[in-house]
Design a protein around this ligand. Structure first.
Ligand code: ZN
Length: 327
């Protein structure tokens, strides 16, 4: 080997090492939930599944069982409706093996998917059957169920995961897609999906049994996140704010809800973990009702009543039974 060839080889090795370091750094960042990602292209086995908010992250984690990294765009403790994405988040989406999201829930995500290969996208909105729309102006959020066109979910109630049957349908679609894209792990994904769906079916049975005999069926919530749960188990939801916590009620809206609370003998107003309890407390204060927490599971934080979806849903069931007087 000539001296110049040896020099070229050494510098080539140096460049390779630098490139490897870059890839490793990028892969390490990419596995942190809510974290950014650097440049470089991770190998197929390191490529993350990027999910847009907590319930989708939880479903993918249950199904993949640690076989691949899973990240989430909505940071724990952040309110997902008004998510804003940084350029690193969009870069992370464009490099993902799969981006799992629900069309119509998070406008920033709906916009950013333009940067992602269509073959790397999984929109679960159709599987979720988002058949409830919210007539926010009328003050009767969550009460009207209307047909929607299959590919326009704007104005639909996105909170499908609070109905375990809808969540199970979404889990089946995610499991089938992961198995198709990653044949090496397909058997495990199919097994894990089936076990996750069984747990959701059991939860559905517990909610149905636990909410059968109740003194009141009027569910006054902070934001109107519980429409699908209310519909599934025969409750009537009245959200103080609308489909999104940002849709604040005016004085007339608050009075209307307070009147309903009095006339229906509602004794509990439900507030939630990621939203300021101001309006719930106002209604409770003016009616003598008490305030309890119902968690829409839009993110898990240290304030959550449980460490994952199932624990928090069990806590929600207990809060509902207590507040609605179920035996
Ligand atoms: Zn919500």
């Amino acid at each position: 080997m000539s001296p110049s060839a040896a020099r070229n080889l050494r510098s080539g090795v140096g460049a390779l090492l630098a490139a490897t370091a870059l890839v490793l750094t990028s892969a390490a960042c990419g596995t942190v939930p809510g974290g950014g990602s650097g440049s470089g292209s991770p190998s197929a086995s390191e490529q993350a599944v990027v999910t847009s908010f907590y319930p989708l992250q939880f479903a993918v984690e249950q199904i993949t069982g640690g076989a691949v990294p899973v990240t989430v765009l909505t940071k724990p403790g952040a309110e997902p409706h008004d998510l804003e994405l940084a350029p690193q988040d969009i870069a992370r989406m464009s490099k993902a093996r799969l981006v799992v999201y629900a069309d119509g829930f998070q406008p920033a995500v709906d916009e950013a998917i333009a940067e992602v290969q269509p073959s790397s996208l999984l929109d679960v909105a159709d599987a979720a059957d988002l058949s409830l729309t919210l007539a926010e102006e009328s003050g009767h959020a969550g009460e009207s169920a209307q047909e929607h066109s299959a590919h326009d979910h704007a104005g639909s109630d996105p909170h499908f995961w609070l109905d375990p049957q809808r969540f199970a349908a979404v889990a089946e679609v995610i499991g089938a897609r992961l198995a198709k894209d990653d044949p090496a792990h397909a058997a495990a994904y199919v097994r894990n999906t089936s076990s996750f769906v069984s747990k959701l079916t059991a939860l559905d049975g517990q909610l149905r049994a636990g909410l059968t005999a109740c003194r009141s069926r009027v569910l006054v919530t902070s934001h109107a996140a519980f429409g699908y749960l209310a519909q599934r188990y025969g409750l009537q939801q009245q959200g103080i704010t609308g489909i999104s916590p940002d849709a604040e009620p005016g004085g007339a809206g608050l009075k209307q809800i307070s009147d309903l609370v009095r006339s229906q003998g509602v004794t509990t107003i439900y507030q939630e973990t990621l939203v300021e309890p101001h309006f719930a407390q106002t209604v409770a204060g003016s009616t003598g009702a008490s305030v309890a927490t119902l968690d829409p599971l839009e993110g898990i934080t240290t304030a959550s009543a449980g460490s994952d979806y199932f624990e928090v849903m069990h806590s929600n069931l207990h809060a509902l039974q207590k507040g609605l007087g179920c035996s």
